[in-house]
Design a protein around this ligand. Structure first.
Ligand code: NDP
Length: 284
């Protein structure tokens, strides 16, 4: 399994399994078991996905030693703040049946994320989290957080796929030694991505699926990917991307598809910010 080395020396698999929108507990548990069996070692969940318990059961069921796994979860806006983040961390650990996290992310730059960050810094120093990071921090928020706090986030998980390539954001993350991680690597299937003509030509050329071309393209850009699927054959397909390589012209063709803006979620959208501010995520 190819890994990236984070800014604190921790190694992180370059491909993992995401569990957003797998609300059914049994289905989530089975998907994570299937993913671990298929070779995934990184699992990406969040308190807001309401499936940490299912992920925890799957980890136990997998039989894979804890130290071989890399478990990420995130704290949502209603858990933001120094005291709240510490409580949220304990809640996530309890639901996951774990005694440490590999990566804990502030899910959005909304609410008192400065308070949360100070809590995460302490938990990190106590050795209870191997690496701390953020998600959906656009360059301005990321730089602000870095410049006014002690610990530089190890990871920034942002929407990244062929329609939203994050070229400039990635450069800024590299400048500050923050690892970029793609959420929605397959654009959640939106915009007819699997029928995209440019991607189909490249897929046919390599005898691979469009999903494999996209994931390979991200990995070749040194971006960590966490595709989600509940289908066993796709879970396997999505990790089988290490036996071929995209060439310069393939990379150039994919570069053309970029729109330079978010397709799925824009965290600067006032309506979205309002929605986050009033939503109860019902985390127990
Ligand atoms: P993805 O881009 O991973 O797309 C998932 C969709 O693609 C599903 O509909 C799935 O269907 C389909 N799919 C998966 N593999 C294939 C394939 N090989 N061929 C055809 N279709 C396929 O979307 P996600 O939003 O789930 O993003 C991945 C992960 O990123 C999440 O699970 C979550 O962990 C994280 N995330 C983080 C966010 C954040 O704010 N930090 C926001 C959103 C996601 P099916 O299941 O039926 O196979």
């Amino acid at each position: 399994m190819k890994k990236v080395v984070l800014n604190n020396g921790v190694e992180m698999p370059i491909i993992g399994f995401g569990v957003f929108q797998i609300e059914d507990a049994a289905q989530c548990e089975q998907a994570v078991v299937d993913a671990i069996q298929a070779g995934y070692r990184l699992i990406d969940t969040a308190s807001a996905y309401l499936n940490e318990e299912a992920v925890g059961r799957a980890i136990k069921r997998s039989g894979v030693p804890r130290e071989e796994l890399f478990i990420t979860t995130k704290l949502i806006i209603q858990e933001q703040g120094y005291k709240e983040a510490k409580e949220a961390f304990e809640g996530s650990l309890r639901r996951l049946q774990l005694d440490y996290l590999d990566l804990y992310l502030v899910h959005q730059p909304l609410g008192d994320y400065y308070g949360s960050w100070r809590a995460l810094e302490e938990l990190y120093k106590e050795g209870r989290i191997k690496a701390i990071g953020v998600s959906n921090f656009y360059p301005d928020r990321l730089i602000d957080l870095i410049q006014h706090n002690e610990i530089v986030p190890a990871v920034n998980q942002v929407e990244t796929h062929p329609f939203t390539q994050q070229i400039e954001s990635q450069k800024i993350m590299e400048e500050f030694n923050v690892q970029i991680e793609s959420w929605g690597p397959l654009a959640e299937g939106k915009n007819n991505i699997f029928e995209n003509e440019k991607l189909l030509v490249i897929a046919n050329k390599h005898g691979k699926s469009v999903a494999q071309i996209i994931l390979r393209w991200l990995v070749q850009r040194d971006i960590v990917v966490i595709p989600k699927s509940t289908r066993k054959e796709r879970i396997q397909e999505n990790i089988n991307i290490f036996d071929f390589e995209l060439d310069k012209s393939d990379m150039e063709q994919i570069a053309i598809i970029d729109t330079g803006k978010n397709l799925i979620i824009n965290h600067r959208d006032p309506d979205l910010v309002k929605w986050f501010g009033v939503t109860n995520f019902d985390i127990k």
